[in-house]
Write a protein that binds this ligand. Structure first.
Ligand code: ATP
Length: 323
């Protein structure tokens, strides 16, 4: 490869900038020209390329969001849109694209590669941790810590007023943020889509908490929870326990922002580097990931289709420790 382009796409995640920095600097180190593409696939279509050198990415390793901006591009989902994108790649002499994003981003990359033969490599950047082929995605650790700190703060006020809080955390269809932030904050119960939850079990946990003299309770609910939405859960609980002072808190987009954690900066640096090295070694249509501390490449198709399993032991531990 002689010239690569790099873009960030889909939902933004803390650490995307650190990944971008790693891609740009690794490419420059190995004398590969590098373009940044603004606003995800929209930038490919609308010819929004900017030449990047090591100084273009100074002072961004610690910044949340993405300096290239991200976008959801409807046009890239059409053949005409992708044709325009390809024409622009040819115009700039770009022979490979590093796509930092989630499964939607990878689906777009895979289709683009299959249609036009241009090399693509994925870097998993999403707070949801829902990508197969890497133990953690970039942004997940930061989001987890943000959720944990917010839940800690809510717990302080819950305890002061003997309140019950239902707290919704992000994660789309995955319960990784909920499970781990719930364990880390000592939640009474954790409701995640990967497990079939029942309202009776939830009520049993509340009764048990009463018996053991708990003065406040936190229930962490994944946004993708299937049992019921968080307001319905709170309502049903209120009907069952009329004395409870129940509140609902939805953490929302604070979980997407902020300076990336050390773990995310290191992961992003390793995967950004890994993406460029992979391309140099002839890899294409794969995603760079980190498993058991090793850099690995997984076919993009597998990364999209398969799912990381929830750690059942963590689930069990969270139940044991909530007594
Ligand atoms: P996150 O999971 O954090 O939201 P994501 O990468 O899954 O990130 P999406 O919005 O699903 O976010 O996808 C990002 C972009 O990828 C889309 O806006 C679109 O441009 C492109 N894309 C997604 N699916 C396809 C597809 N089937 N064909 C072509 N492009 C696609």
């Amino acid at each position: 490869v002689k010239k690569i382009a790099v873009l960030t796409s889909g939902g933004d995640a803390p650490g995307m900038n650190a990944a971008l920095r790693a891609v740009v600097r690794t490419a420059n180190y190995y004398n590969i020209e590098c373009y940044g593409v603004r606003e995800g696939y929209n930038g490919l279509i609308h010819d929004d390329f900017l030449k990047m050198d090591p100084r273009s990415v100074k002072n961004i390793i610690n910044q949340g969001g993405t300096i290239l901006k991200s976008a959801r591009s409807m046009e890239f989902k059409t053949k005409e849109g992708r044709q325009k994108a390809y024409n622009n790649c040819i115009k700039h002499g770009v022979d490979a694209i590093v796509c930092i994003g989630g499964d939607g981003t990878f689906t777009g990359a895979k289709i683009f590669n299959e249609e036009f033969g241009i090399k693509v490599i994925g870097v998993p950047g999403t707070i949801d941790n829902d990508i197969f082929g890497t133990d953690n995605t970039i942004g997940y650790d930061t989001a987890l810590n943000t959720a944990m700190e917010a839940i800690d703060k809510i717990r302080d006020t819950a305890t002061s007023h003997n309140r019950v809080f239902f707290i919704e955390v992000m994660g789309r269809d995955a319960g990784f943020i909920a499970l781990n932030s719930g364990l880390a904050t000592g939640a009474l119960d954790i409701l995640i889509p990967e497990r079939k939850d029942s309202i009776d079990e939830l009520f049993a946990n509340f009764r048990n908490a009463e018996r053991t003299g708990k003065s406040s309770s936190i229930v962490v609910v994944a946004e993708g929870e299937k049992l019921a939405n968080i307001y319905e859960l709170a309502e049903k609980t209120q009907q069952e326990f009329p004395d409870y002072d129940i509140r609902v808190a939805i953490l929302g987009h604070i979980q997407r922002g902020g300076s990336p954690s050390c773990a995310d900066r290191v992961l992003a640096s390793r995967l950004g580097y890994g993406a460029v090295i992979g391309l140099m070694e002839g890899q294409t249509n794969v995603m760079a990931g980190m498993r058991s501390n090793d850099l690995v490449y997984t076919p993009i198709e597998e990364a999209i289709k398969k799912h990381n399993e929830i750690n059942k032991e963590i689930l069990l531990i969270s139940e044991i420790l909530a007594i």
